[in-house]
Ligand binder design. Structure first.
Ligand SMILES: Nc1ncnc2c1ncn2[C@@H]1O[C@H](COP(=O)(O)OP(=O)(O)O)[C@@H](O)[C@H]1O
Ligand SMILES: [Mg+2]
Length: 500
């Protein structure tokens, strides 16, 4: 399906699953739809499964937006407590459209929890409280990170909430990111599970004959956090500038602090130097940064807070932020740290959704289906990629997804067929036609019958109206004379008589 067709389906107000290969423009299309909604003053919640993915659409994580945070489940009374806060309640109740990008990394149980929260917040038993819901992503990419005792991941599409939504699948089939045929071929071989010797040889060549660069801006992708940390520390050590250390402050319940730390991307001990490449790990719209914003440390303030320069030249003095968990309105645990981490290297997980100008990656210890596909699909051409190693898992996708994907393709074809012959399609469930044009349509309808409806009253009309009224003409007669609705005649009279 083309982006244009999918855009029309989104505008019709359906619940949509927007999918397609990496680089097919899912996120691009979401941004277009977000612009359209904003222009028409339709309230949209912009979210994604990871903080960095959320930055690509100017949003926040679904965890933070929905209020579910890092919890696995919330009882109705927990949710009730949460909804006592007007900020959260209003946010959830006043949304018309919910967007979640990178849906492949959301657990089935998380989707059910979001559904539960929204139903309660909106007092509506309709799925997700009746708002238009748009999921976007590609299940060939990374699955949700497993919970401690979960041996098997349940994908979002397996959840009852997904089924309830009567979702229209839109499978985008054009390629916008990858520019050379070689990389397109490798990626489609992985998706179609047709990796052959030729594909392997092409990848081996990349390992044997890497592009040479000493560019520290080249993003390094690793499958494991430990490698990410090692590279970041190594790069930091290369800098000869003075080091400043920032220790995380913690307060509250020990176990809750531990849970908080797991969800907090800022390290316990952060060491920074002038020249270090850093990434923000929190949103702060006032200060001008969001989760995933990358910059370089250019100096330290008098109070020893780092000054970060962003790629657009903006300079930000970075102050500590708080991460906290509240229960029944009280803070039970809290962390305080600078919202930064080193950014020479990142994990493949965090790179999902990014388009990188050049990248270096090590896939020799890939441990998850889709990991290789995500990493390899970040760059535009093979020429800008350095591969340190690759294993077999990196070339595989989840066997269940391989089957499911065929289903998604079929569903999308059906949706497309119906869109092209709209007579057969059912009445759309929700209409997100801009409120203004809806109003214009209804005005036009009224004016067919009452020619002067909604046009201003002239003073000579007013004089005539008063005269006829005094003469004892009935409202019915006045409707015919003035070609206006009964209500309009009555309210005008009321106004004129009160005024006089
Ligand atoms: N219609 C389009 N016109 C121009 N550029 C596009 C278009 N669609 C996508 N792109 C560009 O292609 C790249 C990949 O798009 P993206 O939306 O990130 O893909 P996906 O989310 O499907 O992986 C991005 O750099 C994006 O700006
Ligand atoms: Mg995307």
């Amino acid at each position: 399906m083309k982006q244009k067709t999918a855009f029309d389906i989104l505008k019709a107000g359906h619940n949509v699953f927007l999918t397609g290969a990496a680089g097919s423009g899912k996120t691009y299309l979401l941004n277009e739809y977000i612009d359209y909604l904003k222009e028409n003053r339709i309230k949209v919640a912009i979210t994604a499964s990871t903080g960095i993915a959320a930055t690509h659409i100017g949003g926040r994580t679904i965890h933070s937006w929905s209020g579910m945070g890092i919890k696995d489940d919330l009882s109705p009374s927990d949710i009730g407590q949460m909804l006592k806060k007007p900020i959260i309640r209003d946010r959830l109740a006043k949304t018309d459209v919910l967007i979640i990008d990178e849906i492949s990394m959301i657990h089935a149980h998380q989707l059910d929890l979001i559904n539960k929260i929204l139903r309660l917040a909106r007092g509506s038993w309709e799925p997700f409280g009746g708002m238009q819901v748009i999921f976007s992503g590609d299940f060939f990419q990374l699955p949700p990170i497993g919970r401690n005792n979960d041996s098997e991941v349940k994908f979002a599409f397996d959840s009852p909430s997904w089924q309830e939504l009567n979702i229209k699948t839109c499978y985008l089939t054009e390629q916008y990111r990858q520019e050379d045929d070689d990389i397109v071929q490798i990626l489609s071989d992985i998706r179609n599970q047709t990796v052959c010797d030729e594909t392997r040889n092409a990848l081996q060549e990349l390992i044997d004959d890497p592009f040479s660069d000493d560019n520290t801006e080249t993003t390094k992708l690793f499958t494991h956090n430990i490698d990410v940390d090692m590279i970041n520390n190594r790069e930091l050590n290369k800098l000869t500038t003075e080091a400043f250390a920032y220790q995380m402050a913690t307060d509250g319940h020990e176990m809750v602090i531990e849970a908080l730390q797991k969800g907090c991307l800022a390290p316990e001990k952060l060491i920074l130097k002038e020249g270090a490449l850093v990434m923000f790990v929190r949103n702060n719209f006032e200060e001008g940064y969001v989760n995933g914003t990358v910059g370089r440390i250019i100096d330290f303030s008098e109070d020893k807070f780092p000054i970060v320069e962003l790629s657009d030249g903006e300079e930000i003095v970075v102050f500590p932020e708080k991460w906290s968990i509240e229960e029944e309105g009280e803070t039970i645990a809290e962390l305080t740290q600078l919202p930064l981490r080193l950014a020479w290297a990142i994990t493949v997980h965090k790179s999902q959704g990014m388009t990188l100008d050049s990248a270096e990656m090590d896939l020799s210890r890939a441990f998850e289906y889709g990991m290789g596909y995500v990493a390899l699909s970040r760059v535009k051409t093979l020429g800008n990629m350095k591969l340190l190693g690759i294993n077999d898992i990196a070339l595989q996708v989840h066997p269940d997804i391989y089957k499911k994907d065929k289903e998604f393709q079929k569903m999308s074809k059906r949706v497309e067929k119906k869109t092209k012959s709209p007579k057969k399609s059912k009445i759309v469930k929700r209409d997100v036609t801009p409120p203004q044009s809806k109003k214009i349509q209804s005005i036009k309808k009224v004016q067919k019958k009452y020619k002067n409806a909604y046009t201003p009253w002239s003073s000579s009309d007013d004089r005539k109206l008063l005269k006829y009224h005094k003469e004892g003409k009935s409202t019915k007669e006045l409707v015919i004379i003035f070609k206006r609705q009964k209500g309009a005649i009555k309210s005008r009279l009321k106004k004129l008589i009160i005024v006089k």
